[in-house]
Design a protein around this ligand. Structure first.
Ligand code: ZN
Length: 150
């Protein structure tokens, strides 16, 4: 569902998502993860390394440009304990609306870009799991079961 109304409820949702993200020690969160089917995400540009950082709330985010892909590690609050190493674009340009409905452009790279891409995947019903090769998924399953048994 595309967000086209900017009301107090949206601000509350943003605050709720930021609180949920920080409580879970996450660096990003998508509205569907808190049971709200809206195209909204939050991202902590300090990646949890600065308690005073201002998370960015993006409504209707859209990737406009991407750079070459690089490998890095990624996990998800919806898949606790699972991490995998796979490629995503190193740099991105994303357009979005802020909570007042203003059009914004955000350019970022490295892990913050990865977080934005990860959260936008959630809006499209995808988990990082869906981006892995079959071999990679089997390995992850094996590691996960082993971890749970030990
Ligand atoms: Zn996730």
């Amino acid at each position: 569902m595309v967000v086209d109304r900017f009301q107090n409820e949206l601000k509350e949702l943003g605050e709720n998502m930021i609180a949920t993200m920080f409580n879970a020690c996450g660096v990003g969160l998508a509205a569907p993860q808190v049971g709200v089917l809206l195209r909204a995400i939050v991202v902590d540009p300090a990646l949890g390394k600065n308690v005073n950082s201002e998370p960015i709330i993006m409504v209707n985010p859209e990737i406009k440009e991407t750079g070459t892909e690089i490998f890095d590690e990624e996990g998800c609050l919806s898949l606790p304990g699972l991490y995998s190493y796979f490629p995503r674009p190193e740099k991105i340009v994303v357009s979005y609306l802020d909570l007042e409905g203003n059009s914004c452009i955000y350019e970022t790279k490295g892990m913050v870009a990865r977080v934005v891409l990860h959260e936008i995947d959630h809006l499209n019903g995808k988990l990082f799991w869906n981006r892995l090769s079959i071999l990679n998924r089997l390995w992850l399953k094996f590691m996960f079961h082993r971890k749970n048994l030990s």
